[in-house]
Design a protein around this ligand. Sequence first.
Ligand SMILES: [Zn+2]
Length: 366
Amino acid sequence: MRNLIIALVLLVLLPVGANASVSENVAPEGRKRVVVIDPGHGGPRPGKVMKDIAEEDYVLDVSKEVRRQLRTKMSNLDVYLTRSSDSAYHEKQAEDNKRRAEFANRKGADLYVSIHANAHEKTTVNGCEVWVLTLNERLMNQNQGQAARYADDGDFIDPKDIDRTSQGFMMAVARQLENEPFSRFFAQECCRNMSSYGLKNLGVKAGPVFTVLYYFEGPGVIVELGYLTNSDDYAYLSKKGSKTEMATAISDAIVSYFKALDGNVEEAPNEEPAAEEEETMEPESLTEGYTIQLLSSTVEVDKNDYQFKSYKGRVALYMGTGRYKYKYCYGSYATREAAAEELARVRETFKDAYVVRFKDGNIVTK
Ligand SMILES: [Zn+2]
């Protein structure tokens, strides 16, 4: 087993930088390419907040602009965002990151781009950079200290916690070997484009085992737009128009990437793209979180019953305690805030509705 790992790790060293291999990954005839954009943070985690810039809002604006631009640049491409509001998939950061990657897997993403802004305790550190996943033993070990430093926040998996002999890890290594040249190709394009707006190009980096990349099964990167903690980068990022420029840098890199893969891309017809259809968080995938209780009953009721009014067929049943133990609820949200936002609308129909917490099919009081 050990030898196989070493052989696989050696293999990864060979194709890096060999961009010719990019052309081998061709979209099946007639299928649209798929890109998933992940605006980092959201919900309970704002990311870095510097003066009037909160990372979660900044990267969401950039991500939406990337989507808008891509719809004008490429017609044979589907673009999805992991979130389109101030929300998260899970209260725990590690689980949240994992679910973002799983969302991209479900969408069959050919490319996954997680967008962040950077921060450093040394305010002199500045520039843009793009991270790719590596499972190279030496790089992982080298970054063990860094991973341990951030272990609490769930952005990284500590290499010490990975069972290197498990089948899951072997599969991850095999995928990473295949994907890294593609990820690097995109990362280079992206760095070059971003730095054309005056940010220092810190280049393509690899080392920490990022949760959000580890669980994604195709080529993926984390884009760091610049350091909010550095005065030059902050001045640029707070400048009017910088969000559009960053989005242009990223969307152009995405188009270049698919041009390299497919030889050409279909340009979008010269008209305004279709109205934004909001990508939802697929809240039904939550196993715990918050929901809105509409009614409770002593007996089980059909979900299509007339008493659910406009929510007929869209309610979920949770079990509670007491005589009225059948709790009929609408929606599921990772945070109480997100549920409260929807509650106002629900109260137009059910004026006594309120937010409750659920876990594994049950209403819980804590
Ligand atoms: Zn971030």
